[in-house]
Write a protein that binds this ligand. Structure first.
Ligand code: C2E
Ligand code: CA
Ligand code: CA
Ligand code: CA
Length: 276
């Protein structure tokens, strides 16, 4: 952080140098990570609150370095975005997630919706939509079984390009969810103009939903707003039966969080049982 006292400049600059060096190392290591199969996906269940059934999963990336160190996405996605490597990584994620969904669909369990995270940098690529559609065709996933999670900040970058891209994805039959919803300032009228399928209520509002009245009313408003827009609403970060109970009372459609399961390896998804 920036210091104002005497000598602070030196401290600031050393910190910056260190941060920059770490980031450059991360970028170099990430480059080889893709080729060396160091990246893999975990899948976190998304549960239907009225049927109590597994509705879908969210693919979450992990990185295991050659020395065995596990790196979490919050520690490498920012560097991947700065360097542009996120475009290549994002395609890798999309391809593997779609192939996994197709493999699951061939089992007796039946279809499981596959949600994939998309970063701003990736979405802004001029050929983003084209690359998604190509991946859908090459992997054979049914387009409506695929959902792209776009953050509210991508959605807020109000532009004609945005709505054009969303409309192309909608025409292709791919679903769109807004991730981390409630942290930005999207208005009802603006959201109404976009082809969306789902709102994911940010974990921050769920954490104290059973103890803080303000948080419960924000969640209630998001559910009401989503339903007004004919969107499905999913709550993130559901960790306890008490969280779930409030969300059921609010009429929230789906939930995801440690209460049901942490992100799991693919082979554990087929034996996953919804608690309760
Ligand atoms: P996100 O998209 O909001 O994903 C949800 C994060 O919350 C995941 O962290 C998940 O493990 C964690 N989580 C799930 N349930 C709970 C819970 O009940 N309590 C708490 N405290 N946490 C919970 P993860 O896997 O570390 O991912 C962090 C972020 O990294 C994601 O946030 C997403 O923004 C990004 N990310 C992950 N995978 C990808 C990817 O393939 N592509 C891109 N562009 N971003 C990714
Ligand atoms: Ca997400
Ligand atoms: Ca989220
Ligand atoms: Ca998040």
């Amino acid at each position: 952080s920036k210091r104002k006292h005497r000598g602070g400049y030196t401290l600031f600059s050393e910190e910056m140098t260190l941060k920059l060096r770490t980031r450059l190392e991360t970028i170099n290591e990430l480059r080889s990570a893709i080729d060396n199969d160091e990246l893999y996906l975990l899948f976190q269940p998304q549960v239907n609150l009225s049927s109590g059934r597994l509705e879908g999963v969210e693919a979450l990336i992990r990185w295991c370095k050659p020395d065995g160190t596990q790196v979490y996405p919050t520690d490498f996605i920012p560097a991947a975005e700065d360097s542009g490597l996120i475009v290549q990584i994002g395609l890798w994620v999309l391809n593997h997630a779609c192939l996994q969904q197709v493999a699951w669909k061939q089992t007796a369990t039946g279809p499981i919706r596959m949600a994939v995270n998309v970063s701003m940098r990736q979405f802004q690529e001029p050929n983003f939509v084209e690359s998604v559609i190509t991946t859908v065709q090459q992997t054979g996933i049914t387009p409506s079984d695929l959902e792209l999670e776009l953050t509210e900040s991508i959605i807020m970058s109000d532009s004609r390009v945005l709505s054009h891209k969303l409309n192309q994805l909608r025409e292709a039959g791919i679903q769109i969810a807004i991730d981390d919803f409630g942290t930005g300032y999207s208005s009802l009228s603006y959201l109404q103009s976009l082809p969306l399928d789902r709102l994911k209520i940010d974990r921050a509002f769920i954490e104290n939903i059973d103890s803080r009245a303000e948080d419960a009313s924000i969640a209630a408003m998001i559910v009401a707003m989503g339903h007004e827009l004919k969107l499905s609403v999913l709550a993130e970060g559901v960790e306890t039966p008490a969280h779930e109970a409030v969300l059921k009372k609010l009429g929230c459609d789906e939930a995801q969080g440690y209460y049901y399961a942490k992100p799991l390896p693919a082979k554990e998804i087929l034996s996953f049982k919804v608690p309760g």
